[in-house]
Design a binder for this molecule. Structure first.
Ligand code: SME
Length: 163
């Protein structure tokens, strides 16, 4: 089994995400269970980069409701309606939402007052069905950029192997 205590801090981002991709592939080899994928990817991302909060909100009522799934960090909100907050907006749009300063996002849902910026990426299964969103919060302003977006969207393609 691969080394699971992965520290990606201080490594150039391109290389950090490549290393992360390799770990995800290796740790999840032979697995096609979305919850196992969410749990494992949350842990690797969270501890690898030292994020404030890293986890998934699952679609439990299509086009209506997200409910918290596997995550790392302090207690997260349990449910978020489509269209609400950053997570609900990304789910409704089926597109990534990158927020450089949460104070500039009307309707941002504050679960942890330390959160300054966040990125939310939609997650699709092999049938292009939206199954979840990945939510990552940072305690720094502009903690994420276009490179994170591209890399995280690529990482979320792992879930296309699930049904
Ligand atoms: N920031 C999110 C809420 C979830 S927590 O941060 C874990 C949002 O506005 O969608």
């Amino acid at each position: 089994m691969a080394e699971v205590t992965l520290d990606l801090r201080g490594i150039p981002k391109t290389q950090a995400y490549e290393t992360l991709d390799e770990h995800v592939e290796s740790v999840l080899a032979g697995i096609d269970d979305p919850i196992a994928g969410m749990a494992t990817i949350s842990a690797l991302l969270h501890h690898g980069f030292g994020h404030l909060w890293t986890g998934f909100y699952r679609v439990v009522e299509p086009d209506r409701l997200l409910r918290v799934g596997p995550y790392q960090g302090t207690l997260g909100c349990l449910e978020i309606a489509f269209g609400k907050g950053v997570c609900g907006t990304a789910a409704a749009r089926r597109a990534t939402v990158l927020v450089e300063d949460v104070r500039d996002f009307p309707g941002h849902i504050t679960c942890d007052a330390r959160s300054q910026s966040e990125i939310v990426v939609p997650v699709f299964d092999g049938s292009r069905r939206l199954i979840a969103v990945l939510d990552i919060d940072s305690d720094r302003r502009a903690g994420f950029d276009a490179e994170d977006q591209v890399a995280l969207e690529r990482l979320m393609r792992w879930f296309e192997r699930t049904r």
